[in-house]
Ligand binder design. Structure first.
Ligand SMILES: Cc1cc2nc3c(=O)[nH]c(=O)nc-3n(C[C@H](O)[C@H](O)[C@H](O)COP(=O)(O)O)c2cc1C
Length: 174
């Protein structure tokens, strides 16, 4: 029998990060063109299905994010959900060198400056619905105005690594 050990933690963010790395997610990039510049904010905290009517999605952004400060007043955000084979692109768009993030990246610019990444699994065009404080993060609720589904399967982020989806063999009749 396996022993489940659930212990109190002393608030050490490293311990929390190690535990939360077990939670698989997709990875999104919020991208927009504002005041003459392109900006990208990569987030694995992105969440769909917060509400269907109105259609709301959410993302948690560190309060230290310099990019959020620059884009928070944008009229529209393009949200692209990274697809299979886009791990390096994800890291590039999250790199410290903000000026180099879009170097040789295939994008399309939609309405009101929303930026979409080519070959993604899904695209949303969103506007800010509400921003709430959530500890050391901002919890940003976005209203979805437009959406599109790509042909690429979503990339998976788990254990600080990019992974691919795999379908289990059918167990019908088992
Ligand atoms: C796979 C991955 C997931 C990330 N998820 C988040 C996230 O959910 N929230 C967040 O604030 N930053 C997240 N980051 C970090 C940001 O993308 C970015 O690097 C950070 O905000 C610092 O850049 P900035 O000062 O330009 O905002 C993630 C980075 C990577 C590579």
């Amino acid at each position: 029998m396996t022993m489940i050990k659930v212990s109190k933690f002393d608030g050490d963010p490293g311990v929390v990060r190690d535990a939360f790395a077990q939670f698989p997610s997709g990875v999104a990039v919020l991208a927009t063109h504002i005041r003459g510049e392109k900006h990208a904010l990569v987030a694995s905290s992105f969440m769909v299905g917060v509400s269907l009517a109105p259609c709301l999605v959410a993302v948690a952004v560190q309060k230290t994010s310099t990019t959020w400060e620059l884009i928070k007043d944008a009229g529209a955000f393009g949200v692209s959900i990274f697809g299979k084979g886009q791990g390096d692109l994800t890291r590039k768009l999250a790199s410290k060198d903000r000026a180099a993030r879009f170097d040789k990246v295939a994008i399309e610019v939609g309405d009101s400056g929303a930026i979409f990444i080519e070959d993604a699994a899904m695209w949303l065009q969103c506007s800010t619905h509400v921003v709430s404080e959530a500890g050391d993060h901002w919890l940003i609720m976005l209203e979805v105005k437009k959406l599109g589904v790509g042909k690429n399967e979503a990339l998976v982020w788990h254990g600080r690594k990019f992974r691919e989806l795999a379908e289990l063999p059918s167990v019908v009749g088992a």
